[in-house]
Ligand binder design. Structure first.
Ligand SMILES: *Cc1c(COP(=O)(O)O)cnc(C)c1O
Length: 430
């Protein structure tokens, strides 16, 4: 399968090249050259397939012949080593829990899949290393550090905004050691992302084999399709149209859902639910894409002012705003509304949501007013324990610590503070 750069359709590379490069040399995101719908048999029989079988059918065309069937199956099985339950919250509303993986955020799926693809492509490469450079607003860092832990030939360098990630998130990305290093940046997530982008453009780092593990990388982005299929499998017998609400930051997750629909998955409508970082809701209102600097919120993994995958979404809709509007809505919610939702979800159903999931819930509720006969699913993208500083005071309770988190709590934080791009560059050069 070939991928073209969204900045230049004539620039094409293989799956392998796209995974290794992350971003095209012209700074465009890679996009699959063809998208072929899956067979109607597949959808008819989906309830009799295992998650691994479903994932294999879904991803196969995007990998092509570049990874053999057996190796791909092995990668999928190592990626999907946990459950994806759809939990009923209230009448016709489900929480699709994506947080049962090793770092308790949905990014485990993409990070585990990408790391194993990269390790496979690196297996015969004994003298050079890949440096995975990743900017995180909270959860990516931990998932990537964990997903790549001990993977041969790969060094992971994580940039995170100092003081703007939760305590548990910080521990997850600063305590693993081995082949991962955490750089604590004085600034916001956008500053981290800008430094990473600059490093990719920097000629003097050209021989360092830098790659990205943000959702701009196709191997992070594409496997996120899987859980839309898993949700469909669980809800198929209800026989109702599905509306999915994705708490959105860089819009990789929702973009994968839209791709799943292109493969034939019957999804009636998508809701991109955002916090105060409302570039996309404003775009839908005004037709103008005007990114703002990011604003810090309690749903920090979505504090993104200029969502990198939005250009892929526009490509999926062929830049046709009318078509796009039919399928897609977007709503923005304040921190106050998020806190109120966490409280009311708990009071009404006993369910403990964290800030990102609560925003997904709010967006879903708004949209479902227009879809009276549908089932709504919001993605619960992280475990509440990762945001205990927010959730516990609102609900006046103490959350039990899951075993995945317990293991990082008493480890020592190791990070290097940096302020400027020059310091990052120095670090990479040595
Ligand atoms: C990354 C993240 C998001 C946003 O996902 P995108 O694919 O960037 O839109 C939402 N919630 C949590 C908990 C996350 O870690």
């Amino acid at each position: 399968m070939n991928y073209f750069s969204l900045n230049n359709k004539n620039h094409k590379v293989s799956f392998k090249e796209a995974v290794i490069q992350g971003l095209a040399p012209d700074r465009g995101l890679y996009f699959p050259e063809t998208i072929s719908p899956l067979s109607s048999d597949f959808f008819e029989n989906i309830t009799s397939l295992s998650n691994e079988e479903i994932a294999f059918e879904v991803i196969r065309q995007f990998v092509g012949e570049e990874i053999s069937e057996n190796v791909l199956k092995q990668i999928i099985s190592e990626t999907l080593c946990f459950d994806f339950p759809c939990v009923p919250i209230e009448n016709n509303i489900y929480s699709l829990e994506l947080f049962h993986g090793p770092t308790m955020a949905f990014k485990d799926v993409g990070a585990r899949f990408m790391s194993r693809c990269l390790a496979y492509f690196n297996k015969d490469n004994h003298n050079s290393k890949n440096i995975v450079l990743v900017a995180t607003s909270g959860d990516t860092g931990g998932a990537v550090a964990s997903g790549f832990l001990g993977v041969k030939g790969v060094e992971v360098v994580i940039l995170y905004p100092s003081g703007k990630v939760s305590d548990i998130q910080e521990r997850q990305l600063t305590t693993l050691g081995q082949n991962s290093t955490a750089l604590e940046v004085e600034g916001f997530f956008d500053d981290c992302q800008d430094m990473v982008k600059k490093a990719f453009l920097d000629e003097s780092l050209a021989d360092k084999n830098l790659t990205s593990a943000n959702s701009i990388n196709i191997a992070r982005w594409l496997p996120q399709m899987f859980y839309f299929f898993f949700a469909y499998k669980q809800l198929k017998s209800e026989n109702k149209p599905l509306v999915f609400s994705c708490p959105s930051g860089n819009f990789g997750n929702i973009c994968a859902g839209i791709l799943a629909k292109k493969l034939g998955l019957p999804i009636e409508h998508f809701v991109a639910s955002t916090n105060a970082n409302d570039t996309v809701p404003r775009f839908l209102e005004t037709g103008k894409y005007e990114p703002n600097p990011s604003i810090a919120t309690i749903s920090n993994a979505m504090d993104v002012g200029n969502p990198s995958n939005f250009v892929r979404i526009q490509e999926l809709y062929k830049y046709d705003l009318a078509e796009f509007n039919k399928d897609f809505s977007s709503y923005s919610f304040s921190d106050e509304a998020t806190k109120t939702a966490i409280k009311s979800i708990y009071e009404n159903s006993g369910y403990i949501a964290e800030p990102h999931g609560a925003i997904g819930f709010l967006g879903l509720k708004s949209e479902l007013q227009k879809h009276s006969n549908s089932i709504g699913v919001f993605l619960e993208t992280a475990h509440p324990i990762k945001f205990l500083d927010t959730v516990e005071p609102i609900l006046q309770l103490t959350l039990p610590i899951p075993k995945q988190i317990e293991s990082v709590l008493n480890k020592e934080k190791v990070s290097t503070k940096i302020k400027t791009y020059e310091e990052l560059k120095e670090f990479i050069l040595k």
